[in-house]
Design a protein around this ligand. Structure first.
Ligand SMILES: Cc1cc2nc3c(=O)[nH]c(=O)nc-3n(C[C@H](O)[C@H](O)[C@H](O)COP(=O)(O)O)c2cc1C
Length: 183
């Protein structure tokens, strides 16, 4: 059974972003052969922002880090803050070893108030994971408040897009695009 880890950059709960990350993870799991565990940066503990090395990381921070290192694929999401992902999410990634996400498939998603900030996915998230050498699925998922019935409940409007991203992830593994032979 493969492990999908969801990581959301939200700093508040309830979080629309975390709900979106969990919805994407459950679409992948529903196709079979996967289990998922979802976290947000708050799960890494209140000390995350004042942690400057892995050696200094609190146990709850290391636990999220270790899951990211060990998993087969990741769903990363963030609320758009000042036209980018949240600073604390970037800090989490700044502390990771540069090779840790190489070749790892990633589905990216974001939530925001302004529809035009959908560009955050392509202008901010994709370059970050290109740096890590990750395999980013083509379909990114972006939601505004209008896509939610409530902060805890995603509406149905994004289901086709979420399914497409989950299919792209399935395609990746079906065609062994993560095979060492390609490296
Ligand atoms: C500090 C801060 C900065 C924000 N900046 C933006 C922004 O630049 N563009 C935007 O469309 N929404 C912005 N928002 C709104 C959030 O992106 C939006 O409400 C998001 O869905 C919240 O996600 P969450 O429920 O997971 O926290 C901002 C919110 C906060 C608190």
């Amino acid at each position: 059974m493969r492990l999908l880890v969801g990581l959301s950059g939200n700093l508040n709960r309830p979080s629309r972003t975390r709900v979106l990350v969990e919805a994407i993870a459950s679409q992948v799991v529903s196709r079979g052969g996967w289990r998922s565990e979802c976290f947000d940066v708050l799960d890494a503990g209140p000390a995350l922002g004042a942690t400057f090395s892995k050696d200094a990381a609190a146990p709850e921070h290391r636990s999220v880090w270790d899951k990211i290192a060990a998993c087969d694929a990741i769903v990363v999401g963030s609320p758009v803050y000042k036209a980018s992902y949240t600073g604390l999410l970037k800090h989490f990634f700044d502390l990771l070893e540069p090779t840790l996400l190489a070749g790892k498939p990633i589905i990216v998603c974001a939530t925001a108030k302004a529809p035009h900030h959908a560009l955050m996915i392509d202008h901010q998230f994709r370059p970050l994971f290109a740096f890590f050498g990750s395999w980013i699925v083509p379909t990114g998922i972006f939601a505004t408040d209008a896509d939610f019935r409530s902060p805890e409940n995603l509406g149905d409007g994004l289901s086709a897009k979420i399914s497409k991203a989950a299919e792209e992830l399935r395609f990746h593994f079906a065609h062994e695009l993560n095979s060492p032979k390609l490296g």
